[in-house]
Design a protein around this ligand. Structure first.
Ligand SMILES: [Ca+2]
Ligand SMILES: [Ca+2]
Length: 131
């Protein structure tokens, strides 16, 4: 049976803020990978900016399993976008709806400002599928 590569946009050309007053419990979204091949690996790409104060990395969960982190850019320019990739097993994905959750990161420099707010956009999951 042939295997093809498929992908789905979880977030498109839209900035999602994660931090104080926005997604403080983490950003969650659902996406469908119906027919995914559980024996193959998958990956999710993210564009990120603004994680420039924290010493922590942002945990990334799929269906409540931690699949990786978005690494901080401590000391970087908060206006510059960059791209990161999180890899996961195809078996972590469901042949149907999944839940993505991206965690906030703490701000170590202020007692009144809890989180180092950052943004994600163009979040895309690539996966293998039996055709
Ligand atoms: Ca903040
Ligand atoms: Ca920030």
């Amino acid at each position: 049976m042939p295997v093809v590569s498929d992908f789905i946009h979880i977030v498109g050309d839209q900035n999602i803020r994660i931090g104080d007053g926005a997604n403080e419990s983490g950003y969650t979204d659902t996406f469908n990978t119906g027919g995914r091949n559980s024996n193959s690996n998958a990956f999710i790409t993210f564009m990120i900016k603004g994680m420039t104060i924290t010493n922590d990395n942002a945990d990334v969960f799929v269906n409540d399993s931690k699949v990786g982190v978005l690494f901080n850019n401590n000391g970087g320019n908060s206006n510059h976008w960059h791209t990161q990739t999180v890899s996961l097993r195809g078996s972590t994905l469901k042949s149907g709806n999944n839940v993505l959750r991206v965690s906030p990161v703490p701000n170590p420099t202020s007692s009144s400002d809890d989180f180092d707010d950052y943004y994600i956009r163009n979040v895309i999951c690539h996966f293998h599928q039996s055709a």
